[in-house]
Design a protein around this ligand. Structure first.
Ligand code: ADP
Ligand code: ZN
Ligand code: ZN
Length: 666
């Protein structure tokens, strides 16, 4: 009797075997009902076998094979298997996340009546396409000449340099050759405007969107349209990387550096990295586009013969000066609630001219390090290249890299100064101050809540475009794909905290945010200006911003990372644990280190566990442990062997743990 190998969504890494009299090879990839525990679950058939490692009498018969649902193709199963291996996550869990909720529950969405659109009028008004600039033409030719083969391209160009135009031309080529195109964009960038721009360009194509904010039925229909080859263009956020696309011919990732491509719970995957694997698997080109590529990507592209090909768009497509960037030296100035006279004056001028200002507070939860303003001393780890993080709760400094721990010193070890403090304070009351200082101004806050859904983001955009706001204040950036003609001033406050943050990616994020927000501001008639308040006006990061020189910034950072042995020159994974008591989390991690002792650990560094800085969240107390290696395969082999030991470790019942491979946040 045939045996089904079934992936089920439970937190255990193995597959489950069931007998099924009527099973056939075509059933691989189908969903199936199976008895599990006292109940029933729906799993995915990933293989058929003649025998099982379990005694035949022990196997239960499977329930119904759901043949009304489309079978998932072989390459999709392989994609999930790769993610399961690479991210150390059970295959059933990967599949359950990759499937839209309807299919996961074994249901088909109701058929939607196809809208019969009168396309003639739109076709009649077909857009005249702009003639490509020389660099755009080079990029399009380089990428499209390689259709049918894997190749990774980095399309590097500032905002407005015409990257989207390049994507659209490539998609056009791909469709003309009968391919499907997959385009991934950051969460907040998937707006009706972008969908509209794509739809207007391809009136005859079937375009499907995929993001988590969609209704479940629509998401399931889109997934099936993709799987059955009806969708021509799939436009989506990170989860769209899991769409089955039988005619896939091109993958585009816009704003490839964006942190929203990394999922921060459950399967902690990077959609960008998965998309690279996917392009390789399917033998198709992939384009990574950005004004400020991630350093990992840039590293692969910067050398001749590197893994990615670098294509540059070096100027704006429509002749316009980029915004001027300058630093305001705040060392000798008494700030007013964090704001300098120069910035306040600049805001005032914008108010008089009925233009808009954006005050960007760099308050993103950077783990603060201790600094001495008198001599420039900062709390560095003496065991490794990282900075020590201030934990005010128990007045300690901790290295989140290697685990070293010290008490907070009472005075500066460098010069004896008593006034040493963590970076990044003093911007708390800035918004209230702006309101009292400019009582006539309309002030709008942009934060996670005010811009976290497409609808809210849309409303925010309309307010800005209609000119119904004078001063925007926020920690959030303004997303891709929009010009804000009235926004002519961007002031950055508290940026220095990122220069010396314990998180080694903080400078990269700061650079990218300031570059992006500057790129959105102003337009031909009203050029934009970016003002950065800083105590370090000569810092190379700011100098590179002033010169609009991403490459010098990136090369500089990569040199530092190479010296410190940080990614991309090493590969990392974090083991995190959370429990009612911090002691339990720490003990689990210490035991985890102990179980690793007998494993082959060539080139693997296992550091000491550390409590997380925000160690208590929703009454759970969290700690983490870093594993690092200069070799990705070595790290992968170690993690695979370690996982089975971890699953066997004894721990308090409520303790939860997970592994984060290639973590972005510490
Ligand atoms: P990016 O994606 O790099 O920000 P876009 O592709 O959106 O840039 O282009 C910015 C603006 O320039 C858009 O209004 C676009 O229509 C226009 N544009 C792009 N390429 C050209 C071109 N070759 N000729 C004229 N205008 C162009
Ligand atoms: Zn000092
Ligand atoms: Zn250290």
């Amino acid at each position: 009797m045939p045996i089904l190998r079934v992936a089920i969504d439970i937190p255990l890494p193995q597959l489950f075997d069931y007998t099924a009299e009527d099973a056939q090879a075509e059933d691989i990839g189908r969903c199936v009902r199976v008895p599990f525990g006292n109940g029933e679950k729906i799993g995915v058939i990933v293989g058929l076998a003649a025998s099982s490692e379990h005694a035949p009498g022990k196997l239960k018969p499977a329930g119904e094979i759901l043949r009304d649902l489309p079978a998932l193709p072989r390459d999709w199963i392989e994609l999930c298997e790769f993610c399961s291996r690479y991210y150390q996550h059970p295959l059933g869990g990967v599949m359950s996340m990759a499937l839209p909720p309807y299919l996961r529950r074994g249901k088909l969405p109701a058929k939607r009546k196809e809208k019969v659109t009168a396309q003639t009028s739109e076709c009649g008004a077909a857009q005249a396409l702009p003639e490509l600039l020389a660099e755009q033409a080079v990029a399009v030719a380089a990428i499209s000449s390689g259709f049918g083969c894997y190749a990774a391209h980095l399309l590097h160009g500032i905002t407005g340099s015409g990257k989207t135009e390049v994507y659209l031309r490539l998609i056009e080529e791909a469709l003309a050759q009968g391919h499907q195109a997959l385009m991934l964009v950051p969460e907040i960038a998937l707006t009706p405007q972008l969908e509209g721009r794509v739809a207007a360009r391809f009136p005859a194509a079937k375009i499907v969107s995929a993001h988590s904010g969609m209704g479940e039925a629509a998401r399931a229909r889109g997934f099936i349209d993709a799987l059955e080859g009806r969708a021509d263009i799939l436009l989506g956020t990170r989860l769209a990387v899991f769409a089955p696309l039988p005619r896939l011919g091109l993958i585009v990732i816009d704003e490839e550096h964006d942190a929203s491509f990394k999922q921060q719970e459950g399967l902690r995957y990077s959609a960008r990295d998965v998309a690279i694997w996917r392009a390789h698997q399917r033998g198709v080109p992939i384009v990574l586009g950005s004004a400020t590529p991630s350093l990992e990507t840039f590293h692969h592209a910067r050398r001749d013969g590197g893994r990615y090909r670098l294509l540059e768009l070096s100027r704006r497509a429509v002749a316009e000066a980029p915004p001027t960037v300058r630093c305001i030296d705040t060392r000798r100035e008494k700030l007013q609630e964090g704001l300098s006279v120069a910035l306040l004056d600049a805001i005032n001028i914008r108010l008089q001219r009925a233009e808009q200002s954006l005050i960007f507070l760099n308050r993103r939860g950077y783990a603060p390090v201790l600094a001495c303003p008198a001599c420039g001393w900062i709390s560095r780890c003496r065991r490794c290249a990282a900075n020590l993080v201030v934990h005010l709760a128990d007045r300690r400094l901790r290295c989140h890299h290697c685990g070293l721990e010290e008490v907070i010193p009472k005075q500066c070890p460098g010069c004896g100064n008593l006034d040493i403090h963590p970076f990044g304070r003093g911007t708390q009351r800035l918004e209230e101050y702006l309101a009292t200082r400019f009582p006539e101004a309309r002030i709008l806050r942009i934060d996670r809540d005010s811009a976290n859904t497409p609808t809210k983001w849309q409303a925010l955009l309309e307010t800005i475009h209609a000119g119904n706001v004078d001063i925007l204040v926020g920690t959030q950036m303004l997303a891709k794909g929009h010009d804000f003609p009235l926004l002519t001033l961007v002031g950055a406050v508290g940026a220095d905290a990122a220069l010396f943050a314990a998180d080694f990616r903080a400078p990269e994020r700061l650079f990218s945010q300031l570059m992006q927000v500057g790129g959105r501001s102003g337009r031909a008639a009203l050029p934009g200006e970016v003002m950065i308040q800083t105590e370090y006006p000569t810092h190379p990061l700011y100098q590179a911003l002033v010169a609009h020189d991403y490459a010098s910034f990136a090369n500089n950072q990569l040199d530092e990372r190479r010296q410190a042995g940080f990614p991309p020159f090493s590969f990392q994974a974090l083991l995190r644990a959370e429990a009612r008591q911090l002691d339990d989390s720490m003990r689990f991690l210490k035991n985890a280190v102990a179980t690793a002792q007998p494993l082959p650990r060539d080139g693997i560094a296992l550091y000491d566990p550390v409590p997380m800085r925000m160690y208590r969240v929703m009454s759970l107390e969290r700690a983490q442990l870093l594993v690092e290696s200069p070799s990705r395969p070595a790290l992968q082999n170690f993690l695979a062997a370690w996982m089975s030991k971890l699953h066997a470790l004894k721990a308090p019942r409520e303790l939860r743990w997970h592994i984060d491979v290639d973590p972005l946040e510490f």
